[in-house]
Ligand binder design. Structure first.
Ligand code: FEO
Length: 162
């Protein structure tokens, strides 16, 4: 049986992962309005990935005999001023998520909950990837300087994400 504190904390994380999906879907819709279709596609795939993160924890809670409590999902922001501003936010957001995952690992250690500790290792690795992707795209946009021509070039590159 999963410790109650862990069950509660993982339910919060399910909510945060769904919030991430909402946030990235909102960013995707913003990119649709700026005609950056590749960026929009990249974000939509990212939103789907966040849903899968939420469901990974959801399935784990069930496997451990825990209760799933789906909480209200906060409405995300809907407007940004540039692609650079979006990716600054993505990078900052992913760093926050990393801190949340680290907090969950700390809790698993305190609770001597080895199964949760082991499950969370997947997220530890995933966050390395998430931060890397966001910071690399942000660095590319920064070097371009949000100039339409080169930005469309990056847009084509991002459109290749499957
Ligand atoms: Fe679920 Fe982007 O981390």
């Amino acid at each position: 049986m999963i410790p109650k504190t862990m069950e509660q904390a993982l339910n919060k994380q399910v909510n945060r992962e769904f919030y991430s999906a909402y946030l990235y879907l909102s960013m995707s819709s913003y990119f649709e309005t700026t005609n950056l279709k590749g960026f929009a596609k990249w974000m939509r795939i990212q939103a789907k990935e966040e849903q899968s993160h939420a469901l990974k924890i959801y399935d784990y809670l069930i496997a451990r005999g825990g209760r799933v409590n789906l909480l209200d999902i906060e409405a995300p922001k809907a407007k940004w001023s540039s692609a650079g501003k979006v990716f600054e936010e993505v990078y900052a957001h992913e760093q926050k998520v990393t801190a949340m995952i680290n907090g969950l690992v700390d809790l698993a250690v305190r609770e001597k909950d080895h199964a949760s500790f082991e499950m969370l290792q997947w997220f530890i690795k995933e966050q390395v990837e998430e931060e890397k992707n966001a910071s690399e795209i942000l660095a590319e946009i920064t070097s371009i300087g949000d100039i339409p021509g080169p930005l469309f070039f990056l847009d084509h590159k991002l459109e290749k994400r499957e």
